[in-house]
Design a binder for this molecule. Structure first.
Ligand SMILES: [Zn+2]
Length: 210
């Protein structure tokens, strides 16, 4: 995709996420990697009403090259791109079911959602929980950086998910799959549930390698 196409497509995805209640107010941000930096949605912007020309363009060191001031969470995106050469786009949401899961006490913070469906295993796999940081805290970028070395999706405690993909579409679809899985997890809470077994997960990983 060209930069112009990516700008347009970020706006289309933002509008769709907002229309379906996955991004409310000015919450959530979307970014895409360019050859010479990244595009990221501006601070205090509503994902439902983005303007392609005003999307922030950052140099690899985080310097603003053009457009509006970037999201305060832009540094999260930069940290993840720096650690994941295969990441072409990142979606961060405050989507309700993921945030609910991020507020629960978890026995194993290294993986906070069970293998409920094949598509969760294929699109997300493991979901580590990162401890709480206040908005804009640089310590959060460092925590994301460490997890990004081995995970393309993670959940920020009392906050929301950060998910990357090998394309913009893939990042959005991964984030949507994660939100639906969090919803299922909460719906199934307290019920006797059959999760996928280890051998079934290994089989999926063989059939659909990343
Ligand atoms: Zn956030």
């Amino acid at each position: 995709m060209t930069e112009a196409q990516l700008r347009e497509w970020i706006c289309r995805h933002g509008e769709s996420l907002h229309a379906r209640g996955l991004a409310h107010g000015s919450s959530g941000n979307i970014s895409a990697r360019l050859e010479d930096g990244i595009l990221v949605t501006p601070t205090n912007s509503c994902l439902g009403r983005l303007d392609p020309a005003r999307i922030s363009k950052l140099a690899p060191d985080g310097r603003l090259v053009s457009g509006d001031q970037p999201s305060k969470e832009g540094f999260l995106h930069l940290a993840m791109y720096q650690e994941r050469a295969d990441a072409r786009a990142i979606v961060h949401l405050h989507s309700t079911h993921c945030v609910a899961v991020s507020c629960l006490c978890h026995a194993d913070p290294a993986n906070v959602l069970p293998p409920i469906t094949a598509y969760f295993v294929m699109r997300i796999g493991q979901l580590p929980l990162i401890g709480y940081f206040p908005p804009g805290d640089r310590g959060l970028a460092e925590a994301v950086r460490i997890q990004a070395r081995s995970h393309h999706a993670m959940l920020l405690a009392n906050h929301g998910p950060v998910v990357s993909g090998k394309s913009l579409d893939e990042a959005v679809y991964n984030a949507e799959e994660l939100e639906e899985t969090a919803k299922l997890f909460l719906l199934l809470h307290g019920r006797s549930t059959r999760f996928l077994e280890h051998a079934q997960i290994v089989d999926l990983q063989k059939r659909f390698p990343n």
